[in-house]
Design a protein around this ligand. Sequence first.
Ligand code: ZN
Length: 80
Amino acid sequence: MKMCIACGMPMTSIGDYPRLDISKNYCKHCAREDGSMQSFDERWENLTCFMIREHKMDRIVARETAYTVLKKLPAWKPKR
Ligand SMILES: [Zn+2]
């Protein structure tokens, strides 16, 4: 089973992949309409909005939390 490199979600069914393309290593939530992976900024903004909505977080706190969460994932680890 693969894990989305951009948000950490386990991808358990074909429906979790962007456009049902299981060769991808990111999930449909992290893909754009055309199936390409979102940029860090897009993903960050989406996750921030999600946290505000789901957890009633303050925007500043949500942004910081989202940043911390995303930076732990393989897609966004600092390149060395
Ligand atoms: Zn994802």
